[in-house]
Design a protein around this ligand. Structure first.
Ligand code: SAM
Ligand code: DTB
Ligand code: SF4
Length: 324
């Protein structure tokens, strides 16, 4: 039998936008055909044995005003996470120095805010300047930005801004009601216009349908300039949140989601993000085969656990993966 055909056009050369139906057709193929296509597209665009590593650090934990149903840091849920103030810059720089020593190339600083106030931004600008001066790429995730704020961050030398769409527009109101999907798009547009690279992805395993997963990926693929980095998180079910008892997504459906992301976003780094601690080595290897080429490296995400660095080093060794 002949090898399955690659999708006819890559998005950058497509005259027409991707449709959700088309993405669903990709999802519905036999698993082997889908993974093969994704790997073939991956090889046209990236070194298939090279994985980028970002470190995450929570600069402001807990007490967030928003009601995102998955989040341990919302003040509206009764989780074990307590509200803390913004971390002093010395602590942030010490953490950055540590991850640089361990080999991460990007330092992503996260804050549990709906949006940063101007006074907060003054402190964050200092952090970006100093982390950047250490020779690390910088990334921030601070919530929604007002006009002018992205420009300030760009001037400080910020490389990436993370702002996830999280789920399909149609499912978003089931997950968040304190802000809208359109609010999220507005911030992504502001970041793009300021000339900062975009990191935007989503969470799966929140009770959404395959069509919602397809819809989330199509939103990115049809952006005028798709995100440079697309984190695919599996829900970490946090006790005390409304999604605490959400069953995990079928593992092959998770790999399919990664594969469709790779096909729709051929030039983006696809990050195998939250939820990796609950995945076997074999499942992670399948995700790399399906086109994931970035991970969060370090024992902690923002409040949840991540695999140990020694476990990741051992996995890379077994698979012959190079860190970039
Ligand atoms: N407050 C900012 C915001 O919402 O953009 C930045 C921090 S927020 C924690 C960043 C992202 O973390 C969310 O958009 C979501 O994709 C991810 N996240 C949060 N809790 C999660 C969980 N329990 N499982 C998986 N991903 C999660
Ligand atoms: C992203 O997509 N995932 C990261 C980062 N961007 C900010 C956050 C994952 C958070 C997982 C749950 C926690 O640590 O609380
Ligand atoms: Fe707040 Fe971000 Fe968590 Fe939503 S995801 S509750 S905005 S920290």
């Amino acid at each position: 039998m002949n090898a399955p055909a690659l999708p006819p056009e890559l998005p950058s050369t497509r005259a027409t936008p991707w449709t959700i139906d088309h993405a669903e057709t990709l999802f519905a193929q036999p698993f082997m055909d889908l993974v093969w296509q994704a790997q073939a597209i991956h090889r046209l665009n990236f070194d298939p044995n090279a994985i980028q590593r970002s470190a995450l650090f929570s600069i402001k934990t807990g007490g967030c005003s928003e009601d995102c149903k998955y989040c341990s840091q919302s003040a509206r849920h009764g989780t074990a996470v307590e509200r803390e103030p913004l971390k002093p810059i010395a602590e942030v720089l010490a953490a950055a120095a540590e991850v640089k020593k361990k080999g991460a190339t990007r330092f992503c600083m996260g804050a549990a805010w709906r949006n940063p106030k101007e006074k907060d931004l003054d402190a964050v600008v200092d952090m970006v300047e100093q982390v950047k001066a250490m020779g690390l790429e910088t990334c921030l995730t601070l919530g929604m930005l007002k006009p002018g704020q992205a420009e300030r961050l760009k001037a400080a030398g910020l490389d990436f801004y993370n702002h996830n769409l999280d789920t399909d527009a149609a499912y978003y109101p089931q997950i968040v009601t304190s802000h809208t999907h359109a609010d999220r798009i507005e911030t992504i547009d502001r970041v793009r216009q300021a000339g900062i690279k975009i990191c935007s992805g989503g969470i799966v395993g929140m009770g959404e349908t395959r069509r919602h997963r397809a819809g989330l990926l199509v939103q990115f693929a049809n952006m005028k300039t798709p995100p440079e980095s697309v984190p695919i998180n599996h829900l970490v079910a946090i006790p005390g949140t409304p999604l605490a008892d959400c069953p995990p997504l079928d593992r092959f459906e998770f790999v399919r989601t990664i594969a469709v992301a790779r096909i729709l976003l051929p030039r983006a780094f696809i990050r195998l993000s939250a939820g990796r601690r609950e995945m076997s080595e074999e499942l992670q290897a399948l995700c790399f085969l399906a086109g994931a080429n970035s991970i969060f490296y370090g024992e902690e995400l923002l409040t949840a656990e991540n695999p140990s660095m020694s476990a990741d080093d051992a996995l890379f060794e077994k698979l012959g993966l190079q860190a970039i």
